[in-house]
Design a protein around this ligand. Structure first.
Ligand code: HEC
Ligand code: HEC
Length: 232
C-alpha cells in the first residue's frame, strides 16, 4: 500500500467507525438487556451464571465474558448453535438466540472493562510456576507444543477476534476447554489449531498452565473497544 492509499483507507476506517457508532451503541444496550433479563425466547439472563459484571465463576466453571473481543464471543455462540462446540448448559441458550441477539450480547460483553471484574483473590495471589511460564513463552518443542503466547499474544492477552485472551480467565474453565478438545466436544477452532495442542499437553502441564494464566493480570482495555481493527 502506498502512502496515499493508506491515508485514504484510514480516513475510510474513521468515517466507517463514526457512521456505525449509533448502531453499535444500540446493540450494546440491547445486549445488556439480554444479559440482565434474557431475551424472552428461551435464553435466560446470562448474569445468573456469568455474574453481574460478566466476571464468571470459577467454582461453577462459568467463564469470564467481560472484555473478550466481540468477534470471538459471537463465534463461540454460533459454534454452540451449530454443534461444533458442545456443552449441555450453553447450547440450549445459544439456540434460543437470534443472530441479532448474538451480535448485541457480544457487543455488550466486549464493552465491559476488564478492570470492573473482581477476580477471586486466590487467583491473584498464587505464584506462577516457572515451567508454566516457559511453556507459555517458549513452548515444549520436544512434544511439538508451540508457545501459547505465540498465538494468544504477549502475556496471553489475546490477539484480535481469533485468539482469545487466556490471562485472568478462570483456571477451572481453561482446563475444561483443553479437556473438551481432547475428548472431541469442542471442535470449533480454525484449522484444528487448538485440538492438536490440547492432545499433546500432559495432565500436569494442563494443571500448571491454566493456573499460570489465571494469575496473570488482564489488560483488556485494548480488546474491549470492540469492533476496532487490530494491527498485529
Ligand atoms: C446456566 C448457566 C449459564 C447461563 C444462564 C449462560 N451460560 Fe454461557 N456458559 C456457561 C458454561 C458452563 C460455559 C462453559 C461451557 C463450555 O465449557 O464450553 C459457558 C460458556 C459461554 C461462552 C464461551 C466463552 C469462551 O470464552 O469461549 C459464551 C460466549 C457464553 N457462555 C455466553 C452466554 C450468554 C450470552 C448467555 C446469555 C444469553 C449465557 N452464556 C448464559 C453457563 C451459562
Ligand atoms: C497456533 C495457534 C495457537 C497456539 C500455539 C495456542 N493456541 Fe490456544 N487457541 C487458539 C485459537 C485459534 C483458539 C480459539 C478457538 C475458537 O475459536 O474456539 C484458542 C483457544 C484456547 C482456549 C479456549 C479459551 C476460551 O476462552 O474458551 C484455551 C484454554 C487455549 N487456547 C489454551 C492454549 C494453551 C494452554 C496453549 C499453549 C500450550 C495454546 N492455547 C496455544 C490458537 C492457539
Amino acid at each position: 500500500m502506498n502512502k496515499r492509499t493508506r491515508q485514504l483507507s484510514s480516513l475510510l476506517v474513521i468515517w466507517g467507525a463514526c457512521a456505525s457508532l449509533p448502531a453499535w451503541a444500540d446493540a450494546i444496550q440491547r445486549g445488556q438487556a439480554i444479559a440482565q433479563q434474557g431475551n424472552g425466547q428461551g435464553a435466560i439472563a446470562c448474569l445468573s451464571c456469568h455474574g453481574p459484571q460478566g466476571e464468571g465463576n470459577a467454582a461453577g466453571g462459568f467463564p469470564r465474558l467481560a472484555g473478550l473481543p466481540a468477534g470471538y464471543l459471537s463465534h463461540q455462540l454460533r459454534s454452540y448453535r451449530d454443534g461444533t462446540r458442545q456443552n449441555p448448559m450453553m447450547q440450549p441458550f445459544a439456540l434460543a438466540l437470534t443472530d441479532e441477539d448474538i451480535q448485541a450480547v457480544s457487543a455488550y460483553y466486549a464493552s465491559l472493562e476488564g478492570e470492573d471484574v473482581n477476580l477471586p483473590t486466590s487467583y491473584q495471589a498464587a505464584a506462577p510456576e516457572n515451567t508454566a511460564e516457559w511453556l507459555a513463552e517458549r513452548g515444549d518443542w520436544e512434544n511439538t507444543i508451540p508457545a501459547c503466547n505465540q498465538c494468544h499474544g504477549p502475556n496471553g492477552q489475546g490477539v484480535g477476534d481469533t485468539f482469545p485472551p487466556l490471562a485472568g480467565q478462570h483456571a477451572s474453565y481453561l482446563a475444561a476447554q483443553l479437556n473438551a478438545w481432547r475428548n472431541g466436544t469442542r471442535s470449533n477452532d480454525p484449522n484444528g489449531l487448538m485440538q492438536g495442542i490440547a492432545e499433546r499437553l500432559s495432565e500436569e502441564q494442563i494443571g500448571l498452565i491454566t493456573a499460570y494464566y489465571a494469575t496473570l493480570p488482564e489488560q483488556l482495555s485494548a480488546n474491549a473497544a470492540a469492533g476496532q481493527e487490530e494491527t498485529p
